[in-house]
Design a protein around this ligand. Structure first.
Ligand SMILES: NC(=O)c1ccc[n+]([C@@H]2O[C@H](COP(=O)([O-])OP(=O)(O)OC[C@H]3O[C@@H](n4cnc5c(N)ncnc54)[C@H](OP(=O)(O)O)[C@@H]3O)[C@@H](O)[C@H]2O)c1
Length: 305
């Protein structure tokens, strides 16, 4: 495993992280609780120390599983969770108001069974709350010792700059993969300039970039992949499949190729990959056994852009 030091912090994070959205149980197929716990253990055994979760994942289910899994191994992990998405029935509301965050942070600490969250991230912007009001409250939580560092997620470059002007932000978590390159033009260069650790999510675009879908998958209604990642339906699926087929010529496991391409982009601190089984996270961690050459990086970019 390789590690990345986030500037001006004591955070040394593995450049591959474990994401736990799939632990939700309600929106990503069936999950087995013990297998989720074993997946966290397998990740730690592989040298992965960054575990990313959120209260919205299974409305607390993912955080509770992470809490059980890291019990007795707290010193081995950097726990990153989030605030600002509130599930109300089938609907999700954005709320980064201090009162709501107070409730969220206390519940997260209880579910995770820890005293302090290492990286506490605003999950998505809340258009109804000035970011300064949110950050002022997060600074208060830092002083109380409930959270150590502040991160943001799904912010564009303008909001990110505004947040960084207000207080110290250590990480930005945004989507980045072979087929989702939105952060390349403005966000990634700005993060490099501001020395922010960029945590990228969705390196397999929810699984498709592992190459396992030979035909359009038929997810159950409500499955997150069918609406969150835009590559599973109709023409988008066919376009993505064509690119994936072309990547076969590199003669590498596609999941590792996809992870390595993101990991080797300048400014990326850690690639967060979701895994539902120990076997998946072990396969993904094998990406560290090799690197893409500069020529391969360029050719893969050309094929997938
Ligand atoms: N901040 C945000 O708004 C945000 C948004 C999305 C995600 N995230 C975070 O980022 C993490 C990663 O993103 P993601 O989980 O959405 O997408 P991802 O990492 O691109 O895909 C993960 C999924 O791919 C499949 N998979 C993983 N390894 C595999 C392998 N070796 N071979 C075949 N299939 C494999 C698994 O699903 P199946 O077994 O079902 O195929 C797994 O759940 C999340 O878990 C979450 O922590 C954050």
């Amino acid at each position: 495993m390789k590690y990345f030091n986030i500037k001006d912090t004591d955070l040394q994070i593995s450049t591959l992280a474990l994401g736990t959205w799939v632990f939700s149980g309600d929106c990503w197929g069936v999950v087995n609780e013990q297998e989720c716990i074993d997946t966290v253990s397998a990740a730690i055994d592989q040298g992965i120390n960054l575990i990313d979760t959120a209260p919205i994942y299974g409305y607390g289910a993912a955080e509770s599983l992470v809490g059980k899994a890291i019990k007795g191994r707290r010193d081995k992990v950097v726990v990153a969770t989030k605030c600002g998405l509130i599930g109300i029935g089938a609907h999700i509301k954005h709320n980064l108001k201090p009162g709501s965050i107070r409730t969220e942070v206390e519940e997260s600490l209880t579910r995770l069974q820890i005293e302090c969250i290492d990286i506490y991230q605003c999950h998505w912007p809340d258009p109804n709350t000035p970011i300064e009001e949110t950050l002022e409250f997060l600074c208060k939580l830092q002083k109380e010792g409930k959270i150590k560092y502040i991160g943001v997620s799904n912010f564009d470059e303008k909001l990110l700059k505004r947040a960084c002007d207000f207080t110290k932000i250590v990480t930005l978590q945004n989507q980045y993969s072979l087929i989702e390159r939105g952060i390349e033009e403005y966000v990634l260069p700005m993060c490099r300039k501001l020395n922010l650790g960029v945590l990228t999510y969705g390196p397999l675009a929810g699984g498709i970039l592992s190459g396992k879908y030979k035909k359009e998958p038929n997810f159950k209604p409500g499955d997150s992949r069918s609406f969150f990642y835009k590559c599973y339906k109709g023409e988008e699926f066919n376009k993505t499949k064509k690119k994936i087929d072309e990547l076969e010529k590199f003669k590498r496991p596609l999941n590792q190729l996809a992870v390595n391409w993101v990991r080797q982009q300048s400014g990326v601190a850690s690639v967060i990959t979701g895994a539902r089984t120990p076997a998946q996270i072990i396969q993904n961690a094998k990406s560290f056994e090799w690197d893409l050459s500069d020529e391969e990086l360029i050719e893969i970019s050309r094929i997938t852009k």
